[in-house]
Design a protein around this ligand. Sequence first.
Ligand SMILES: Cc1cc2nc3c(=O)[nH]c(=O)nc-3n(C[C@H](O)[C@H](O)[C@H](O)COP(=O)(O)O)c2cc1C
Length: 109
Amino acid sequence: MTGGLSGPAIKPIAVHLVSRVYRGIARSTGTPIIGMGGIQFWQDAVEFILAGASAVAVGTALFVDPSTPNKICEGLDEYLQKIGMDRLKDLVGTLELPEEMPPPKTAYV
Ligand SMILES: Cc1cc2nc3c(=O)[nH]c(=O)nc-3n(C[C@H](O)[C@H](O)[C@H](O)COP(=O)(O)O)c2cc1C
């Protein structure tokens, strides 16, 4: 029997993988990434977008609050206004890493 993990516990790994895929191939090819894994609040969505996601998806959080997507959209709107940015697109992949690190040797990639 097998099972899956979802929700906030997997978010660090999901954001990390989005960042790696974005820097590894998606940025140079213009391939959009849909970020998913543990997104519950608009701040979570921002993390994925900074890492390189062009859109985000929400799963588990819907069981806690079905209006999660609406709240995330409202939060993103307010955030963009606050930082003076017109388009969410301009935020995609803007995460600045201290240095370009070589890929870690891990079991999940
Ligand atoms: C109830 C439930 C059913 C799921 N069923 C599938 C599935 O059939 N196939 C699949 O690839 N992923 C499935 N997933 C995993 C989701 O596609 C996704 O990877 C995961 O939920 C991460 O996002 P979240 O943390 O926002 O839920 C399921 C997740 C949940 C919570």
